[in-house]
Design a binder for this molecule. Structure first.
Ligand code: FMN
Length: 191
């Protein structure tokens, strides 16, 4: 797949088939994140793969989904992610991780898309409970995000934004994600 195709077509997916993701594919995603661009090349992130069915089930209750689709946005049993990658900041290296997390998660989402694997970047998390579940200490690591993964069981597409940024489900159950137009996002500096 061309990089440009993944960049244009990747959309957040929140419903998944229950086909498991091969371990090697998950390892590949870590490889893409490991090689991303990081400020001063500090590389302060750590990654944890959660793919055994029992732990995957335990993570789900600590994740929140689709704020704009309270009725239909949260995956039901049988539609839930089959794996997660937790993105952690290693406090022994530095103490701010937002830019780094953006680079890492973007690389993983695009690399996953190329493999036919869909994702949802999750920031709305019960971090305290998840840290306990993962048995990691806040002294050592910050739990930044979780990337939910699985093969897609819904369609999502970008559409032109008119009056709202809220994504919505259409009559075919396709998610439509309003994006600002090129005209709106492109500014020219005065000469
Ligand atoms: C930092 C960050 C946190 C996010 N957290 C959540 C979340 O907690 N739950 C969720 O369902 N989606 C979450 N998303 C997904 C966004 O809602 C989604 O990227 C946005 O609606 C645009 O859709 P697209 O990814 O298909 O372009 C998050 C995205 C980002 C970048």
């Amino acid at each position: 797949m061309e990089v440009s195709k993944a960049l244009i077509e990747r959309r957040t997916i929140r419903k998944f088939t229950q086909k498991r993701i091969e371990a090697q594919d998950l390892t590949d995603l870590i490889e893409y994140a490991r090689l991303a661009a990081y400020p001063a090349n500090m590389q302060p992130l750590k990654f944890a793969v959660i793919s055994d069915a029992e732990t995957v089930d335990k993570v789900f209750p600590f994740t929140k989904w689709a704020g704009y689709l309270p009725e239909t946005g949260t995956p039901k049993e049988g539609e839930r992610p089959t794996a997660y990658i937790a993105i952690l900041g290693d406090k022994s290296i530095k103490n701010s991780f937002e830019v780094e997390a953006g680079a890492a998660v973007t690389s993983m989402m695009l690399g996953a898309w190329e493999k036919g694997i869909a994702s949802c970047w999750i920031g709305s998390l019960n971090r305290k409970e998840l840290m306990e579940l993962f048995k990691i200490s806040e002294d050592d690591y910050a739990l930044l995000y979780i990337l939910a993964l699985g093969y897609p069981a819904q369609k999502s597409q970008a559409c032109n934004m008119t009056d709202s940024v809220r994504y919505f489900e259409d009559e075919n159950k396709t998610i439509n994600v309003p994006k600002r137009s090129v005209e709106e996002v492109l500014i020219e500096f005065k000469k």
